[in-house]
Design a protein around this ligand. Structure first.
Ligand SMILES: [Zn+2]
Ligand SMILES: [Zn+2]
Length: 299
């Protein structure tokens, strides 16, 4: 009896929050909301790292967590502002209107009941796994198909040293393709709208963490070893190949495209060193790579 009561209490935990969302459903229906939120939340999540970049110039305790190439100099304010200008122009010019059209095509769905915490955890977890897989395949293709790299992905790789804002410093076609992948993922899982919002927010945070350029002790990849995090993605930017997945390491390990691994020195300090050289599986001989070989197309 007690456990039944606890279960129903847990199931209703998110109801007050969902009720307040329902009260403002006219705002949720706005065709511009998702793009404006994506832009603003990205800025908000990036702001602490702008502060860290300013601090790292003068405070060695902060600078030691910086993980960029050779000089490890924090990114200057000018680069942040240039990047902000590029992203703003792309959003105003194309991403905002294109997202509005996409929103218009979708039928708004506002069920009266909130999801239970367990349902939300399951849906968000599935979304992360599916998005990670779709992004991995799309990312490999963007690197292995020359015209896709030039027209879609090259802009993102102009940032060899990453910083938080660079997470969305990509061509319009790449921004739109990633937005489409996220929408398709949430639709495939059949998410409750509240789970979908949490997935989008988490997606933005993980992209910011991937690009932040700091290996902080409380970063998600330090707490959950399956996550790649900033060192994993920085290696991708610096070597322009490998570590193609956005969140997790398993696809890169399975496909032989994993570039970094964490090791401990003799006094127990952890650091990242380069892992095995990326294996190039031959699609013309499927026997060598099997199904995974088909994903890792030869350049
Ligand atoms: Zn790339
Ligand atoms: Zn990147």
């Amino acid at each position: 009896m007690n456990s039944t009561c606890e279960l129903s209490r847990a199931a209703g935990l998110l109801q007050p929050m969902w009720d307040s969302f329902l009260l403002h459903r006219h705002i949720l229906r706005s065709p511009f909301l998702s793009a404006i939120l994506a832009f603003c939340v990205h800025l908000l999540f990036s702001a602490p790292f702008l502060f860290l970049d300013a601090l790292a110039r003068h405070v060695s305790a902060v600078h030691r967590y910086r993980i960029s190439s050779s000089g490890s100099e924090p990114v200057c304010l000018r680069r942040w502002l240039d990047c902000f200008g590029r992203i703003l122009l792309r959003y105003i010019g194309i991403v905002l209107p294109a997202s509005a059209v996409l929103q218009r095509l979708r039928t708004p769905y506002f069920p009266p009941a909130a999801p239970s915490c367990a349902q939300m955890l399951l849906e968000v977890g599935l979304c992360l796994l599916i998005f990670d897989t779709l992004f991995f395949i799309w990312h490999v293709l963007m690197h292995r198909v020359p015209w896709l790299y030039v027209w879609v992905h090259r802009d993102h790789h102009l940032n060899r040293d990453t910083f938080a804002l660079a997470a969305q410093d990509a061509s319009i076609s790449e921004l739109l393709s990633l937005k489409a992948l996220a929408v398709v993922t949430a639709a495939a899982v059949g998410c409750h709208p509240l789970s979908e919002i949490v997935f989008y927010l988490l997606n933005i945070w993980l992209a910011v963490e991937d690009h932040c350029g700091y290996d902080l002790p409380w970063a998600l990849h330090r707490l959950l070893p399956g996550f790649g995090g900033a060192p994993f993605h920085l290696a991708h930017h610096q070597r322009n190949r490998g570590n193609y997945a956005p969140y997790f390491k398993h696809w890169d390990k399975l496909c032989g495209t994993f570039l970094t691994e964490e090791v401990e020195d003799q006094v127990g300090r952890k650091y990242h060193r380069e892992g095995p050289v990326e294996v190039k599986l031959d699609i013309s001989r499927p026997g060598r790579g099997g199904i995974l070989g088909l994903l890792c197309l030869r350049p």
